[in-house]
Design a protein around this ligand. Structure first.
Ligand SMILES: [Zn+2]
Ligand SMILES: [Zn+2]
Length: 644
């Protein structure tokens, strides 16, 4: 018998040779029908194959990531099988699952596939799926594997890099593929399929190697899930920040100015300013002090900090001056400047912590193919700050930063988020600078701070920065997509490199610890994410135009001016639509511009000194005095900023 430990800690006995499916069935028939994949002792196993022996077992369904991964991995096999049937002679390479679906890189060997062929491929895939063909993993010798793929140089190359004894093939129906495993019980689980796109890709991502065709697809256990997914994709297109940014006149790009260098238009600049003011205020309350540093710095500064070694070759090149040998770099990071500000005077333990904040613009070269709207740019402004504290203060400061980040997320209506603690690679530690002891201290401080704050978090190894471990906040937007925002980093290394010191209570000199943090990440990226999250319907306190005043004819233009002046006195941002258009047209345009409130003014309103209020989306709030309306607005803004 085998002892199988289930996730709830219970241990059950099963006969030797039992599969994960057998275990599922012993729990319930319902679970057995839903189980897509299994993990035995942290190792992916085939659902239907005999378990290797006693151990802990987790069963995965569509509800978890591992279940989806098996589903999409198996779907890639199904797509490869289908393509091989429809296009004989193609050569398969690799086909992994991805965040949403899967792809397969294929050498089409003379065939042509275009979007027009997708429906036929999808249909044939479903036909194959309906055969409910079981997936079987079997071990093969290196020689057998090489023989099988003698006409496929790609698979041959893959096999040559594998050791005899660790090579497996997966069979289903009439199809065989080189594969390490992790499959559905059979193809029958795949009930809906969509080929989503086709693109070029180089073998092994190397542009000197043959060009392949990458086919992307996605599949689901129910047709309704595919429908939902496609609707979500449509909604995401509508919310694309590049499109909304243009429509709402927030930002633009100019080839003449340069790729990846955003130009903020008046409305966007004002919005960004409000975001900055909001954060400045929160930071002031949290004891931060503002500092300002230039956009360039002496190359030696970044040699000292290590940034030159990290960014130098692959980023903007040094700027020469008429002075022989003098070189400057566009600032890739604000930290070195802030270290020098720290150093500008002697520090005592009584002065710590010091917290320097700056909306600092930095420049990093990104390949033109990787630029994307405001999310991947070459010049951006970080909402940066550096905290210098004693080692004893580290955890407490870290927790305060977490509080600040959470306040910001709540105010901006990101309700779902979790944290990712990024630590070093578990074994390979060559790429990190700094001592083992300091790293251990920093990694422990982050994990303690996060668990004391009761934040949901995951630990990721090999995700730390080269100079220290970090905490990243991942938010889920209104469409359920995950974005990385807000980073907090512990750094023992820059204080070392810049020889930062403070005089301790013992009258000896000590090294402070440094924390880097940027709750928004960068203003550019944050505005992009916020735009896609709220679909352009910003919170009232932040939105560029809060109110549109719509006179129903020219006769009431003067009263509209009067209302506008009153609102201005209360610091409400309002515009007047003075065009001689019908009111219905003006309302429609204000709706498109996503202005939260419309004030309709005509005879009745003018004679009673009131305004008729209509909310974005159509709700009629009746007529009120301007003062009452302002009161309503302010209440809503206060509610938003209280973030409760
Ligand atoms: Zn496979
Ligand atoms: Zn920094």
């Amino acid at each position: 018998m085998m002892d199988i430990t289930l996730p709830d800690g219970s241990v059950k006995k099963y006969p030797e040779g039992s599969s994960a499916f057998d275990v599922a069935q012993s729990i319930s028939q319902g679970l057995a029908r839903k189980v897509l994949s299994a993990t035995w002792n942290e190792q992916t196993v085939e659902v239907m194959a005999p378990l290797p022996g006693s151990g802990s077992l987790r069963l995965h369904t569509w509800e978890d990531e591992a279940g989806k991964r098996a589903f999409w991995h198996s779907s890639a096999h199904l797509m490869a099988q289908t393509l091989q049937q429809l296009y004989p002679g193609i050569k398969l390479t690799i086909g992994p699952p991805i965040e949403n679906g899967f792809y397969y890189d294929i050498d089409l060997n003379g065939h042509n596939i275009g979007e027009a062929d997708f429906p036929a491929i999808e249909q044939k895939m479903l036909e194959n799926a309906r055969k409910k063909a079981a997936f079987h993993l079997r071990e093969v010798s290196k020689q057998e594997a090489l023989d099988f793929y003698r006409d496929n140089p790609y698979k041959t190359e893959l096999i040559e890099n594998l050791n005899d004894g660790e090579i497996t093939f997966c069979d289903h129906d009439d199809f065989t593929d080189l594969c390490r495993g992790g499959h559905l019980p059979n193809t029958g689980f795949i009930k809906a399929v969509k080929i989503t796109s086709i693109a070029g890709a180089y073998w092994r991502g190397d542009e000197n190697k043959p060009q392949l065709t990458r086919m992307y697809g996605i599949s689901f256990p129910k047709a309704s899930l595919l429908k939902e997914y496609l609707e979500q994709v449509e909604e995401a297109k509508k919310r694309d920040h590049r499109k909304l940014g243009r429509e709402l006149e927030l930002f633009t790009f100019s080839q003449k100015v340069g790729q990846g260098l955003p130009l903020w238009l008046p409305k966007g600049a004002e919005l960004r300013e409000r975001l900055e003011q909001f954060l400045r205020k929160a930071q002031r309350q949290a004891g931060y002090e503002p500092v300002i540093s230039p956009h360039i710095g002496n190359k030696e500064l970044y040699v000292t900090s290590g940034h030159y070694a990290k960014y130098g070759e692959d980023s903007f090149q040094p700027i020469q001056t008429p002075e022989e040998g003098e070189e400057y770099l566009l600032k890739p990071m604000n930290c070195p400047h802030h270290c020098e500000i720290y150093k500008s005077q002697p520090r005592s333990y009584r002065d710590l912590p010091v917290r320097f904040a700056e909306f600092g613009t930095v420049y990093r070269y990104e390949k033109s193919g990787e630029l994307h709207g405001l999310t991947r740019v070459r010049g951006f402004t970080q909402d940066d700050a550096h905290l210098f504290c004693t080692p004893e203060q580290l955890k407490g400061e870290f927790k305060k930063v977490i509080d600040l980040v959470l306040y910001i997320f709540k105010t901006l209506d990101f309700k779902e988020f979790n944290a990712q603690v990024s630590l070093r690679h578990q074994t390979n530690r060559e790429k990190y600078i700094g001592s083992e002891a300091n790293w251990n201290k920093a990694e422990a401080a982050i994990q303690e701070a996060v668990s004391e704050k009761n934040l949901p978090y995951v630990v990721e190894y090999d995700e730390a920065a080269f100079y220290g471990p970090k905490l990243d906040f991942m938010v889920r937007d209104a469409l359920g997509r995950r974005w990385q925002l807000g980073t907090i980093q512990v750094d023992y290394n820059l204080p070392e490199r810049f020889e930062l010191e403070y005089k301790g209570a013992d009258n000896e000199m000590h090294r402070p610890v440094m924390i880097h943090r940027a709750p928004f990440g960068s203003m550019e990226r944050f505005v992009a994410v916020l735009l896609e999250h709220c679909g352009g319907n910003f919170p009232l306190w932040l939105t560029p135009e809060q109110v549109a005043i719509l006179p129903i004819s020219d006769k009431y233009a003067k009263y509209a001016q009067h209302v506008s002046q009153l609102l201005k006195n209360y610091e409400i941002r309002a515009l007047i639509d003075e065009r001689s258009e019908k009111t219905s047209r003006k309302i429609r345009d204000a709706e498109v511009a996503k202005i939260p409130f419309m004030l309709i003014v005509g005879e009745q309103e003018a004679s009673s000194e009131k305004v008729s209020i209509r909310r974005h989306g159509g709700e009629d709030l009746g007529s009120q005095s301007v003062e009452d309306f302002v009161h309503l607005l302010n209440e809503e803004i206060n509610r938003e900023l209280a973030a409760e």
